[in-house]
Design a protein around this ligand. Structure first.
Ligand code: NIG
Length: 428
């Protein structure tokens, strides 16, 4: 059966050659006004004005509203158990995110919850979150493990996500975030050795070709240990990714580029020199602007001796994606959905913040949320509206694409189409 989206304003994003968009090409949305898009067999069949509507198919009249490719959210931690509400209350009292991690909370508190949660329960939790993120227009999503931090629990997380993905209409890409923190009960040296010599080979056996990821930071993985894990993963044939420069710059961007990483993510503290190194490489830079906001709080009840609440925020550091793009680099943005630093499911919110604080134009932010992350995750069949491409599409409630970035915490998605089927339609 066919599906026709009639009279839409399509952001086709199909002007350039296949591959990541860089430089000025990131601004090219290739807008086609008043077109019909015919979809059949999960693919886009044709685009044009006043096309003959195939009989018997489903028709959505867009009335001139925006149709664009489904979002590709290339950095999430959607597999978790428990919550971090108690810890968040401490953050409202002024305790920094990294201090909570160093004291054995933060990521480690979610690790304890995940270890205690049975596989079926975890699977159900992931399934629900996939449904939520779909409602916000995400049709392809990367989901990391990283709250297991021992072989059994890391494998359990990957299986839970794989099982949840079976009934989700979109596409899920798994990443093994084996170096998310250091388990203080094991100790750094032993934990790093165990991760490299036991957990990595076990993941390699069951999930060959999965990307391996880590978090290089004070209180998490050191630069030297990060390089050891990434190097070994590379030798086993895995793509590698890294959380780099979130709170401090450790030099991992340069090392990750040297090792041929697929992406370096965060980049809030990246120096101009390392941004240059990244921009000259094939490695993608992923900005996570919601996280900059999510890790910043103005203490309600300041600690002893601290100044009273004034309503002023401390300085907030966002990834300088303007610099990355101006230097010719490959830029993406993502939600970083997770219970600790980025409790969100909203790519439109990530776009709104990337435009305000990472220096992106609105078209650049849309490209960084669709075409570029699709290529980074290895998909060349989607994220543009062109005949033959996979019909993962979203219809907005708006006829001006700028609304996507203008609205803060809005609800811009009217319909989500996945592989040619209407997965969600919101009448109002
Ligand atoms: O990308 N920084 C490391 N990992 C996540 C946070 C995970 C958590 O706090 O649970 C991030 O921000």
């Amino acid at each position: 059966m066919s599906l026709v989206i009639r009279r839409c304003r399509a952001l086709c994003l199909d002007s350039g050659p296949a591959g990541p968009r860089t430089g000025a090409a990131m601004n090219e949305l290739s807008i086609r006004d008043g077109v019909d898009v015919i979809v059949r067999g999960g693919r886009i069949e044709s685009i044009g004005e006043s096309l003959t509507i195939p009989p018997g198919g489903q028709v959505i009249d867009a009335h001139g509203d925006i149709l664009l490719p489904g979002f590709v959210d290339c950095h999430t931690h959607l597999c978790w158990a428990g919550d971090r509400l108690g810890e968040w209350s401490k953050r409202l009292d002024g305790v920094p995110y990294l201090d909570i991690l160093k004291a054995g909370g933060g990521i480690m508190s979610t690790v304890r919850a995940v270890r205690e949660t049975p596989l079926v329960t975890l699977t159900e939790l992931v399934r629900r979150r996939l449904d939520t993120i779909l409602r916000h227009g995400v049709t392809t999503v990367e989901v990391k493990s990283g709250y297991g931090l021992c072989t059994e629990a890391e494998i359990k997380m990957l299986r839970a996500t794989r099982d949840a993905a079976v009934t989700w209409p979109g596409t899920v890409v798994l990443t093994a975030l084996l170096g998310h923190a250091i388990d203080p009960d094991v100790g750094a040296a032993k934990f790093v050795d165990r991760t490299i010599h036991e957990t990595l080979p076990a993941v390699h056996a069951e999930f060959p070709g999965i990307a391996i990821d880590l978090f290089c930071e004070e209180g998490a993985w050191s630069l030297a240990d990060s390089v050891r894990l990434l190097q070994t993963a590379r030798e086993l044939g895995h793509p590698i990714r890294a959380h780099a420069d979130q709170f401090s710059s450790k030099g991992l961007v340069t090392e990750a580029v040297r090792l041929g990483a697929l992406s370096v993510d965060h980049l809030e503290q990246t120096t101009p020199r390392e941004m240059e190194t990244l921009a000259r490489s094939q490695t993608f830079g992923v900005g996570l602007p919601i996280t900059s906001l999510g890790t910043t709080t103005v203490p309600h009840r300041p600690r002893e001796g601290a100044p009273a609440f004034t309503g002023m925020t401390p300085p907030i550091k966002f990834a300088n994606l303007r610099d990355l793009i101006d230097k010719g680099g490959r830029a993406c943005i993502a939600t970083n959905a997770n219970p600790g630093s980025s409790p969100t499911y909203s790519m439109p919110f990530a776009i709104a913040l990337a435009v305000r604080f990472c220096g992106l134009s609105i078209p650049e932010a849309i490209t960084a949320a669709t075409v570029n992350p699709a290529v980074m995750l290895g998909f060349h069949d989607r994220a543009v509206i062109a005949p033959g491409k996979r019909a993962d599409l979203i219809l907005l409630r708006h006829n001006d694409y700028r609304e996507l970035a203008y609205e803060l915490g809005g609800d811009p998605v009217r319909a989500v189409i996945v592989h040619g089927q209407v997965a969600r339609y919101f009448a109002t």
